[in-house]
Design a protein around this ligand. Structure first.
Ligand code: THU
Length: 126
């Protein structure tokens, strides 16, 4: 199994999800090979919750990395990234590999462009 998949699976243990009980782990791999994790962190005001994918990406960016080649997401039932995370993955990571995993293993591999066709991006702001 790829290290990024193993780390996403392990990161589920760090999830703070007392409201949904839906634990999510994620990991991003930089172009230079570092793997940085994240987990979902919920709020009692619900809307402030941050998904595991965004926590992983923001964690990596805050550590000084900004070029990525893949992201892995682990849930109990191989769930897909939400719409907000699809937009953030596209904007901050570009067209990378996305590993969809359950709590034990890789289930599906796809790309950002499979999940977000015709994306909004900075070119529309010119
Ligand atoms: N969640 C993620 O962490 N990633 C997603 O892409 C979908 C949803 C989290 C948010 C919330 O803590 C829980 O899963 C249930 O929606």
């Amino acid at each position: 199994m790829e290290d990024i998949v193993k780390i996403a699976i392990l990161m589920r243990r760090r999830a703070f999800a007392p409201y949904s009980n839906y634990r999510v782990g994620a990991a991003v791999k930089t172009k230079t090979g570092e793997i940085i994790g994240g987990c979902n962190i919920e709020s009692s005001s619900y809307g402030l919750t941050c998904c595991a994918e965004r926590v992983a990406i923001y964690n990596a960016i805050s550590k000084g990395f900004n070029q990525f080649n893949s992201i892995a997401v682990s849930t109990k039932n191989a769930g897909y990234p939400c719409g907000a995370c699809r937009q953030v993955i596209w904007e901050l990571c570009e067209d990378i590999i996305i590993y969809i995993c359950n709590s034990k293993t890789l289930v599906k591999e796809l790309k950002s462009s499979d999940l977000l066709p015709n994306p909004f991006n900075k070119s529309f702001l010119k």
